[in-house]
Structure formats: C-alpha cells, structure tokens
Design a protein around this ligand. Sequence first.
Ligand code: NI
Length: 244
Amino acid sequence: MTYNLAEKTWPMIENYLKIKNSILLSVGSTEQHGPTGIIGIDYLSSWEIAKKVGEETGTLVAPPLCFGMAQHHMAFPGTMSLTPVTFIQVICELIQSLYRHGFRDFTVVNGHGGNIPSLNAAFSQILGNDEECRFRLVNWWHLPEVQSYENKHFGDKNGFHATCGEISVTQYTHPEAYKEIPKLKFEATTSEHPWPLSPIQFRKTFPDGRMGSDPSLATAAHGEEIFKIAVAAIAQKLRNNTKG
Ligand code: NI
C-alpha cells in the first residue's frame, strides 16, 4: 500500500488525521555529484528512503522537495539551487500548510549537507510562533548505522561529497541512469579548505566536483545494503518516537 500523499484524495488525508498526525517530508538537492554521480542523488535517495519508511511504518510521505541550498555547486552545469533565505521560506510555508490541516509531527529525511543549517533555521522560525509541533531531522547518510557500513566498506575513500555511499544508493534505486555513465578511475585526495566556499572557489578546490571520494568503489549491491540500513534505522526512530 502506498503512503504517498500525492496518490491520496483529501477525504483519505482527513481520515488519516483522525488517527495520526505524523508525516515524512523528503528534502534533497539538484546538484553535481562528480563525473560519475547523477545530479539528482540527494533528492532521489531521500525520496526513495522516505517512501519506503512510509510503507513500513504506515506514515504519510509528502511529495519530495527536489531543490535545496546548493550555491557552492553552481560552477558545475546542471546544478539548480535556492538561496538560503528562499529555501527556509519554502520549508516554512510547506510545513505550515501541513500544520494547518492538523499535522504536528514532522520527520524530514534530508539528503544534502548544505540544507542542514537552513532546515534548522526553518524549524526555529516555525517554533518561534509557538506552534505546537515537533521536528525530527534525519540526515540519512549521518545515521550511525549507515556510517558504520560505509566506514567498513569504503573507509576514508567514502569522502564528503559524491560519496561512495550516496552514489551506491542511486545505483541501486536508479540502475537505468547509470548505464550511460562511463566507469572512471579516481584518486581520493583530501585537502584543507575554508568553508563555506563560493561556486568559483569550490570548483578551484575540487575541480571535478568530488570531495575526497573514490566513487569507483560504489556498487548497486552496496547501495541496496545502505538503503535497507537507512530505512530500518529511520523506521525504528519513528516506532520508538526517538529524536533524529
Ligand atoms: Ni549528495
């Protein structure tokens, strides 16, 4: 059974709200992921994970937000970004829409590190109005269960952007997309750098878009494992009502 809000009618949502006020939102980004990672990784991974968590826990899932705060990736073609102010406003207005209907418990499954400060700012903005709701922010790649798998299999070659883990997950969820992408060899180098970086500074520092990863280690088989680990960990948080 689907728990995708987009595939329900309004009376179905009204009935759901009589017994439950929780909802999952997935937030991603549309941004470069190195020469071998697809541009939609951050929203596709969080959306697929959120949908599965919804099915496993009987929780509605709002349509995905495909865009986030990705300004530092703007020197790479294909990246589409909101500014932090706009992104915060979009999150606030979407959550307030759901709040108006009676949703009170919001779990945000996030796929992009650059979104974290803005998501927390949006939650503070909403809570500042004394609205009685709770937020659980789950950055799926930060889950200890996911990190332990990635450390074991990729070590320090996982990197920080265009990671082996996130590319693996989308190789599993979107295998067709990867058929057209050539296999390349990489060196996983790390460098000291200030943060945040402007688009031009980012491209100078990380010329092919990766940050310290060797994405040639990514496989769909790893992706399936990471996907299942992330879904199980988030579903457990929802069942136990523990924080993000
Ligand atoms: Ni990413």
